[in-house]
Design a protein around this ligand. Sequence first.
Ligand SMILES: [Ca+2]
Ligand SMILES: [Ca+2]
Length: 152
Amino acid sequence: MFAKSLLVLFVTLALGVLMVAPALGEDGKALYPREISGYLVSSGLDLAKQTPGEFIRGDANADSSVSISDVVHMSRVMFDPGYPDYGVYLCKLSFDANDDEAASISDIVHLSRVMFDPSYPQYGVYIPPHPGCGIDPTPGALPCGSFPPCGW
Ligand SMILES: [Ca+2]
Ligand SMILES: [Ca+2]
């Protein structure tokens, strides 16, 4: 079980490295996800309706969608001292993908399996608030200092 979790983690990390590589725009400059046309639109956000305290569960990098880049970001914030954002949690609550009121490696494993492991009972099931902004339906002690995709 542990070995399988580790395998899933490493496969997703490997995929993540490939998928977060920037696409190039017409001018040859890198296009990062929030700059790619339609990326933000797909989240279904309505910024006019956002209120402080709202967040998107699993959107650890706060780019308004939950993707493999969040798994990579979470992994590096927690475990990669060479990462510029190592130890930096903009909204720790958004890291709590499994809603157990803690930000830990279990969130990385959970989110990876939700996305990529059809044998996982929660495959394809994202815990609210998701995909849009919302208040935590199960409030706990995890902090959230700000969450720009939800307008605060
Ligand atoms: Ca994200
Ligand atoms: Ca958690």
